[in-house]
Design a protein around this ligand. Structure first.
Ligand code: NAD
Length: 513
């Protein structure tokens, strides 16, 4: 039987400096595959660490640990699991600055943004502390004479999470808090680009008393992902990342008999109606377009300017851009850090070539920023492209960087058609003073999350997060109530306790009530 560890036992097993290894069965396990990847400091452009890439066998070892831990964890009382989840929540809260520092070091996001990521992750852990209430089933007394019926929800077994680079702490917390609170055991495959936070969090979970094997981390690339998708002992997979990989995960995982929720990419439109407050809309577009250097799946990618709002709105956005302070996380005034890799920065910058070549107008060119030209870090200044049309690459592709595009349309109907014709359907927003227009938009927008005068409408943790169309493959959204549904399956029990001697053989179907 796996024992619940005493809090505070296993945080001294630090990995060797410069190497990030796996976390299997409650301890750090050095990789043996001979494969590894570089982890950059995006602010300097240098390789800061290396991360081990798991082999099929190493993934199997993590799954075996999780499978062994499952029966005991599943049988651990709800009150004990709740107590542990509270300790997990408190330790993450106590160590929020250290987690944020790891995010800044490997992702590049500035400390205020990194602390915001941890705060949103914490909300999900707080939700999971309510697990006794969340797992309450329904009970029907006297469904038939002397017969009661009730429903319970039980954990699935070993479940896996595969996560993207842009939220290395929060997105794992979207998944594992609910998953383990429900009684499952978990294998996380974080992004290989910024893997350190996952190991730090694994250590906190151990310190909180999460038993060995309940939470495991394997690093790596497609080899590790495919090993997860092929493993017969993994019951369910949660994925967050780009749309092509999300589709692949969904198709492969479901073909292998697993329950899958796979959240994909986005192209979020922010509609600004002519009656909107221009300053409020411009502040929102800049905050939501350039926050985290545009590397958020809920970032505003396209501003849709309706009617004569376009000229003053574009001017108001342009005026704000020189004030956006770009710099490393070590600069306390920096608001926007570098992008995650040079390859990604160069791809993002390429839209400043293709946009004007296809007829758009570059209003602000981030390549003119001194850090783009002089630093080895992966910087790009805030960029704005106006007069974009739906056939252009900068409209069609998910740019995922600090390049905001503006599409000009004449009417509300044209604006809504853009949102609804777009293959993605993650989030969308409308800025207006007209309640009727906003209500109509909420009614007809084909997206999973809608903001009304709110540019990044990420739901609070007691709702669930998910897009429509190519932004989500699967039936259930992530975290919140739908997360609990995803990580459990229903069982309905029908029972009676008749007195001895009252039964008889009856081959028919029940006819009377
Ligand atoms: P990505 O799809 O490249 O990687 C996500 C995960 O999949 C990583 O763990 C990676 O190692 C793995 N992976 C990558 N290529 C693979 C392959 N060929 N086969 C198997 N596994 C593979 O995404 P990313 O670049 O890390 O993250 C950015 C993307 O994630 C953007 O498209 C963004 O919109 C999306 N995202 C979506 C949400 C959402 O909630 N919908 C949230 C955050 C990020």
């Amino acid at each position: 039987m796996t024992q619940i560890a005493e809090p505070g036992t296993s945080r001294d097993e630090a990995p060797p400096a410069g190497r990030i290894s796996h976390w299997i069965n409650g301890r750090i396990v050095a990789g043996t595959s001979g494969r590894e990847g570089p982890v950059y400091n995006p602010a300097t452009g240098t390789v800061a660490k290396h991360v081990d890439f798991a082999s099929v066998e190493e993934v199997a070892a993590a799954v075996a640990a999780a499978k062994t831990a499952f029966p005991t964890w599943r049988a651990t009382s709800l009150s004990k699991r709740t107590e542990i989840m509270f300790r997990v929540r408190n330790l993450v809260e106590q160590h929020r600055k250290e987690i944020a520092a790891l995010l800044t070091a490997e992702h590049g996001k500035v400390p205020s943004d990194a602390l915001g990521e941890v705060a949103r992750g914490l909300e999900n852990l707080e939700f999971a502390t309510g697990i006794p209430n969340l797992l309450k089933g329904g009970f029907t007394e006297q469904a038939s004479t002397g017969v009661d019926v009730f429903q319970i929800r039980q954990p699935l077994g070993v479940v896996a999470g595969i996560t993207p680079f842009n939220f290395p702490a929060m997105v794992p917390m979207w998944m594992f808090g609910n998953a383990i609170a429900c009684g499952n055991t978990f294998v996380l495959k974080p992004s290989e680009k910024d893997p350190s936070a996952s190991i730090f969090i694994a250590e906190l979970l151990a310190e909180a008393g999460v038993p060995a094997g309940v939470f495991n981390v394997v690093h790596g690339d497609k080899v590790a992902v495919d090993a997860i998708l092929d493993h017969p002992d993994i019951a369910a997979v949660s994925f967050v990342g780009s749309t092509p990989i999300a589709r692949y995960i969904y198709e492969t995982g479901t073909r292998n008999g697993k329950r899958v929720q796979a959240l994909g990419g986005a192209k979020n439109h922010m509609i600004v109606l002519p009656d909107a407050d221009i300053d409020m809309a411009a502040d929102a577009a800049v905050s939501a377009g350039y926050g985290s250097s545009g590397e958020r799946c809920m970032a505003v990618a396209t501003v849709v300017a309706v009617g004569d709002v376009a000229d003053p709105l574009v001017d108001a956005i342009r005026e704000r851009l020189p004030k956006v302070k770009v710099g490393p996380g070590s600069d306390p005034e920096a608001e926007m850090g570098p992008l995650v890799t040079k390859q990604h920065r160069d791809k993002v910058a390429s839209y400043l070539e293709s946009g004007p070549a296809q007829g758009a107008r570059v209003v602000a060119d981030g390549r003119e920023h001194p850090l783009y030209r002089e630093s080895e870090g992966f910087y790009l200044g805030a960029s704005l492209i106006d007069n974009v049309t739906p056939d252009m690459d900068c409209y069609r592709d998910e740019i995922f960087g600090p390049v905001l595009t503006v599409v000009r349309v004449k009417t509300y109907d044209e604006a809504v058609a853009l949102v609804n014709d777009n293959p993605y359907g993650n989030g969308t927003a409308i800025f207006t003073r007209d309640g009727g227009a906003a209500r109509q938009f909420q009614f007809e927008a084909q997206a999973g999350m809608v903001g009304i005068n709110v540019p990044i409408p990420v739901p609070v943790a007691y709702y669930s997060f998910g897009g429509w169309k190519a932004s989500l493959f699967g039936d259930l959204h992530m975290y919140g109530p739908e997360g609990i549904q995803f990580y459990t399956r229903a069982k309905v029990v029908t029972q009676r306790w008749p007195d001895p001697g009252t039964s008889k053989v009856d081959l028919g179907f029940p006819r009377t009530r």
